[in-house]
Design a protein around this ligand. Structure first.
Ligand code: ARG
Length: 610
């Protein structure tokens, strides 16, 4: 590999880093190639490059700190060389490129990188002219399966499912933006022995269930009633068990009753999806895998991977203390069995290249077991298929306890969303916006702000942590919230109005194309640099399946814009004459482009007025 890289170096053309590339990834490649060229005897390492922290920015825009590591490796091999000299040798081997203006060596051997202004101006100009462009070279022909939302039929969809829905949707949007074919799968819990009692209760209450959708307004209540009867009434219990058997053998009447229950739930779920504008989510629930499970279990048996244990069949997965239960005593299958089967289906039938499961961290062990067992069974090869559980923490109330209503019940999502709308609307009224906006604009603004804030608050915290749900915080127009960012975006968009009639789009795009503007003011430079981190941030998000860095960056971007906008006038008055600073207009439009693109990935609708 090293030799190949070294060879490739020699016939390398100057590296042209394009607008759809991550600048950081490009720097990593440049330095990795340089290291391989400078030290052909050192085992291959990927260069460590990072953006400099805001406080360190005068020392450069990015920093490479691989010299110390390489000096250490050489020392171990008996060769003594100071890290600063290592740094010099690396720099001598950097392929020529359009990205780096200059480099310096600091301290024990850090390499500071200053970005070329010409490069930045060109990229900002392209953003103005073309909007955000995505590099689709890695995604061509590749499929991503995202399993998210996945509530349970006949049970209330709860805040955990809301988190899964919001995070999953955003991960799906992210991969879609980069050209992957994304399958959004709603793995609903629509199967299991509980349906026996639900069906028995349904038949008693709604004998005409096969003609009319049963009017069950409160499925939670319906579930509880069934459970009570199941525990109290012997005859009911017997019928419930019979129903399970009939359902499994596809008895038409019982199957219809089951479908009716699913339909009632589906209508409820859809209300939440509609309001949050969740589209493209396809229901492929546990029931879908029922008939496929036999074949999977047979395969596992044939390969001698199952162990008979006290009436049931278990499977040990490498490195995991607790076995999976694949067949229960009595022959039934489990959550483990259906997920093994679903995984096999997603890899070998759907031909997914990346499988992502957006499910709470409480199921971490389950997914570790399923992934390890599936790999042991040869259902997938980890070198070919990326299979990941993107777990998330629980939702807490402001008292840091489990999220509940005041009377201690689980919060109904529709009620929660209603409250969000009400609060967003109150906030608009407080700001006197009804005087400026039409009734429709008010409604749009309340919707976008409420749902945007609910989504953003969830997405901006690290998904792995527990998350405190607070309307006050998420709607605060001065904090790091969707309300604040959406407002900033309306300000950026209004910049164009300022110059209306004074300059045409053609004139602007001509200057953008020719790159005849500069970033002389430090605020202009800082804004441009922040804008151009877009692909770096999204490339990392794809690698880590973490969305919160996107939100952090959006907040940085807004702040960089504010600082720029306060000091760098777009229309400057000189000796009574107005001069339009076109470069600044272009910067503002590039800011709006990347911000809109990021909002789209977060699943947040933007506004022109609010
Ligand atoms: N229905 C499950 C629950 O509510 C989540 C299913 C997640 N997806 C999966 N493939 N297991 O906990």
């Amino acid at each position: 590999l090293q030799k190949a890289i070294a060879e490739e170096r020699t016939n390398l053309k100057p590296l042209e880093v394009e607008m759809s590339a991550s600048i950081l990834d490009s720097l990593v490649s440049l330095f990795t190639v340089a290291i391989a060229g400078a030290f052909p005897n050192v085992p291959f390492i990927k260069a460590a490059v990072n953006p400099t922290s805001p406080k360190q920015e005068k020392f450069g825009d990015y920093q490479c700190n691989s010299s110390m590591q390489i000096a250490g490796m050489l020392k171990d091999a008996g060769e003594k060389i100071a890290p600063r000299d290592v740094a010099k040798k690396i720099l001598d081997n950097i392929p020529s490129n359009n990205l780096i203006k200059e480099t310096t060596i600091a301290g024990p051997g850090f390499i500071n990188v200053f970005m070329c202004q010409k490069y930045m101006v060109n990229r900002i100009g392209e953003l103005n002219n073309l909007g955000v462009q995505y590099d689709k070279s890695k995604s061509r022909g590749r499929k991503v399966v995202v399993d998210y939302s996945s509530p349970n039929i006949a049970k209330e969809m709860h805040v955990g499912h809301l988190r899964s829905t919001i995070i999953g949707d955003s991960i799906a949007n992210l991969f879609e933006a980069y050209g992957y074919e994304v399958l959004r799968i709603n793995h609903v819990g629509d199967w299991g022995t509980q349906f026996g009692m639900l069906i028995a209760h349904l038949i008693d209450l709604f004998p005409d269930y096969d003609k009319n959708v049963p009017r069950i307004s409160d499925l939670q209540k319906f579930y509880k009633e069934s459970k009570k009867r199941f525990d109290d009434e012997e005859d009911f219990k017997k019928r419930a068990y019979e129903n399970v058997v009939k359902l499994q053998s596809h008895d038409p009447a019982i199957h219809k009753a089951w479908q009716a229950i699913c339909e009632v739930s589906r209508i409820e779920f859809q209300k939440v999806y509609d309001r949050l504008q969740i589209t493209g989510l396809k229901e492929v629930g546990e029931s879908f895998y029922q008939d496929k499970m036999n074949a999977v279990v047979d395969q596992l048996k044939k390969r001698d991977l199952l162990e008979f244990d006290d009436g049931r069949y278990i499977m040990w997965a490498p490195g995991i203390e607790i076995p999976l239960t694949v067949v229960k005593t009595g022959g039934g299958y489990t959550y483990d069995t259906s997920d093994l089967t679903a995984l096999n289906y997603r890899v070998n039938e759907i031909k997914g290249d990346i499988l992502i499961y957006v499910v709470d961290c409480g199921q971490e062990l389950h997914f570790r077991q399923v992934f390890a067992a599936a790999s042991k069974a040869g259902f997938y090869d980890a070198a070919q298929t990326r299979v990941e559980h993107a777990g998330f923490g629980v939702v807490l109330g402001e008292d840091k306890k489990k999220f509940k209503t005041r009377s201690g019940e689980t919060v109904r999502l529709v009620d929660l969303l209603d409250e969000g709308i009400k609060r967003a609307n109150d906030q608009l009224l407080e700001r006197g916006r009804e005087k400026e906006l039409t009734a429709q604009e008010m409604k749009d603004a309340a919707d976008a702000v409420a749902y945007g804030c609910i989504k953003y608050a969830d997405l901006k915290s690290n998904r792995k942590n527990d998350y405190v749900f607070s309307f006050d915080q998420m709607l605060d127009i001065r904090g790091n919230t969707a309300a604040y960012l959406l407002y900033q975006l309306t300000r950026i968009r209004s910049v164009n109005r300022k110059v209306e009639g004074k300059i045409t789009d053609e004139e602007i795009s001509k200057i953008a194309t020719s790159g005849q503007f500069d970033l002389a003011d430090p605020r202009e430079f800082k804004l441009a640099k922040t804008i151009l981190r877009f692909h770096e941030i999204l490339s990392q998000a794809q690698r880590d399946l973490l969305i919160h860095p996107i939100c952090e960056w959006m907040y940085d971007l807004s702040n960089a814009f504010s600082q720029f906008y306060d000091k760098c006038y777009i229309i400057e008055k000189k000796d009574g004459k107005e001069e339009i600073k076109v470069g600044r207009l272009i910067l503002a439009s590039a800011t709006a482009s990347v911000m809109e693109a990021a909002f789209k990935i977060l699943g947040i609708r933007t506004l022109h007025k609010m």
